[in-house]
Design a protein around this ligand. Sequence first.
Ligand SMILES: C[S@@+](CC[C@H](N)C(=O)[O-])C[C@H]1O[C@@H](n2cnc3c(N)ncnc32)[C@H](O)[C@@H]1O
Length: 346
Amino acid sequence: MEELQRALSEKGDVILSEEPYVSVPNRTSTDSRCDCCFTSSKLRRCSVCQVVRYCGSTCQVSSYFTYPNSAQKSDWKLHSLECQALARLGKDRLKYLTPSIRLMVKLYLKRKLQTEKMILCSAVDNYNLVEALVSHISEVIEKQLVLYAQMANLVNLILQLPDITVKEIAEMFSKLACNAHTICDSELRPLGTGLYPVTSIINHSCFSNAVLVFEGKMAVIRAVQSIPKGTEVFISYIETAGSTMTRQKALKEQYYFTCTCPRCIKVGQYDDIQESATLEGYRCKDNGCNGFLLCSSDNNSFICQQCGLTRDKEDIKKITGEVNLLSEKASMLLSSGRILRCSDEI
Ligand SMILES: C[S@@+](CC[C@H](N)C(=O)[O-])C[C@H]1O[C@@H](n2cnc3c(N)ncnc32)[C@H](O)[C@@H]1O
């Protein structure tokens, strides 16, 4: 990412912005979104495939005529191909059409359109960048490989393209797992998934100097501190408000690396233990002690860092359940628009 950091960036500056190479909205029973702009209002199903939704006519057919050279026209061309493929698929198979499967289908159809010069290709909107992403396929556990192979079979069946193999698609699923991004709104609610090959070049740090946010579907990297010219830009791939052990575990499981950022290299040191204990947030069982708990090395219990008293996993599970319940109640109240007063019971 040093290449992109050509000038000094001040806190809040935009370092990079990128439209997705491909994207799909989330699909839940209660939340449908326009395939093009992700809005959830005034949706209509595509009359041919009966799967993909668009907001009125703005994002679908009329965009082809209204914006003849726009990204929406490319979206329309891409959907025409996807539409034919989905319309061929029987109802029983359509129920397996998850957003990940659709993302993969759109990825290969866009590659086809760009190869056949049906849509434009640019230095940043280019399949070669996707090709170059890391997959970690040799490190993926067998159970996950089987899942990728099953998903790849379905993608292959939908695409029916002679030049693509199930193995190649399975490896692409592995690439998506460590490179695709969840697109969120300004309140960090997930709206969909997108692949941003330039943004994906950026490495992780738990002590990052930049942050990834979304403006609509556009990924925007902003400096969170002054970044001198030539300094590597880092974002955080994970929730950083967790203990070093929790962060390292998440990074290893999804991204296959051991983080050596300034926070992680302090693992085991006194201030790291203090910080981790505070972040994990479980208080000592003894009300008279103000110590915090950390998970034991055998993962079976939680030990107070001050007095050494242990709390078993069931106890912690109960506390976590109560905390989750309170968080759910709080977010329900927030989304219902009710303003909380300090004295309000949640
Ligand atoms: C989204 S990609 C980032 C770009 C990647 N470094 C590349 O060369 O294409 C994520 C992968 O980069 C590597 N990576 C990211 N941050 C790292 C870090 N702080 N230390 C070591 N490897 C890292 C890991 O292999 C991870 O799975």
